[in-house]
Ligand binder design. Structure first.
Ligand code: SF4
Ligand code: SF4
Ligand code: SF4
Length: 320
């Protein structure tokens, strides 16, 4: 008798779709997955309904990959639903793992976001500006839409998560590693970061490294860079020293600084603070005025250092 196929689900919360595409980027491997697994729910690819998932028994799914952050009540509802119905729930990609790029919204308030999108948006006709409400009366009925939360959350802020797969998006090899681990029943201890390394991106980077002393910082387009030399030594921000490796050093190999999408190294709780501490040690001055001038050259530092993990940081959001 044929072995019972694995039952899997994929869902996108506050996401861009890149993590779902990353699953397809495993190319022909996806056919191997299809041979051993039934995809029971995948909104971006299959016309399933929430009621299909609600009708499943608890633990009926072997694996659910949740990508995207939790931005609204719908995201939280599905996170809880998939948690109940899945034996293994994976925070898949930087948004689910750390809040990701949607998490940068935690630097402003909910009211500021709604006002920018719906009140001062030039594409909306004057007089028609209105902010969406969770409940509205329409033709004698009550129309309900998901509630937009005050801030962005990680998946683990709303449900227990079994495994974390970093990356924006995760590299195809990581996607394979997770799926194979489930297929073979060889999962690491619960709570592990799967498919990434315990080393730093710098450890895998082939650029030449020497003493790091920086007098000024630049955006990549502002200077002609030496493509064989460490970027940060040239004053281009690169979070490689503070970031978990596993992506194949994708950004420095493309002449861009690492922005930290694989998250902090093991044991580090605040990724941006760790990077700031590394950065402070390479500023080449003891003169407070000059140091201030050098630091003024850091382009939008908060959005750089917390680009993928504002909700995972110590502060989690800005406080006004
Ligand atoms: S982790 Fe990156 S690719 Fe995945 S949903 Fe978030 S923004 Fe998109
Ligand atoms: S700081 Fe960036 S460019 Fe320099 S060695 Fe580390 S990863 Fe490579
Ligand atoms: S180099 Fe850094 S930002 Fe780029 S993919 Fe790797 S971990 Fe992510």
């Amino acid at each position: 008798m044929a072995a019972k196929k694995l039952q899997i689900a994929l869902y996108w919360g506050a996401a861009c779709g890149g993590c779902d595409v990353a699953v397809l980027d495993t190319n022909e491997f996806i056919l191997d997955v299809a041979a051993v697994a039934d995809v029971r729910f995948w909104p971006i690819a299959v016309d399933g309904k929430y009621s299909d998932v609600e009708a499943m028994s608890d633990g009926e799914l072997d694996l659910a990959l949740f990508d995207g952050a939790v931005r609204n009540s719908e995201n939280e509802h599905v996170a809880k639903l998939l948690r109940a119905k899945s034996k293994v729930l994976v925070a898949f990609g930087s948004c689910a793992y750390m809040g990701g790029i949607p998490g940068l919204a935690n630097l402003v308030t909910k009211d500021e976001i709604l006002a920018t999108a719906y009140l001062s948006n030039a594409s909306i006709e004057p007089g028609n500006q209105t902010v969406p409400r969770a409940r509205s009366a329409v033709d004698g009925m009550t129309l309900e839409i998901p509630s937009f939360y005050r801030r962005v959350y990680r998946l683990q802020d709303v449900v227990d998560v079994d495994y974390f797969v970093p990356g924006c998006p995760p590299a195809p090899d990581q996607v394979k590693a997770v799926l194979l681990a489930v297929v073979k029943g060889e999962l690491p201890p619960r709570g592990s970061v799967v498919g990434a390394s315990e080393r730093a991106v710098c450890d895998d980077c082939k650029r030449t490294k020497s003493e790091k002393k920086v007098k000024s910082f630049h955006r990549p387009f502002e200077i002609i860079q030496d493509s064989s030399r460490c970027l940060i030594e040239q004053g281009i921000l690169c979070m490689g020293s503070a970031t978990r490796s596993g992506c194949g050093v994708r950004c420095p190999n493309s002449n861009q600084g690492c922005r930290g999408c694989y998250g902090p190294l093991p044991g580090v709780s605040d990724h941006g603070a760790k990077f700031l501490s590394a950065l402070a040690s390479i500023v080449d001055s003891k003169d407070p005025k000059e140091i201030e001038h050098i630091l003024d050259g850091l382009p939008d530092f908060i959005s750089f250092a917390y680009r993928f993990g504002m909700p995972a940081s110590t502060l989690q959001r800005s406080y006004k």
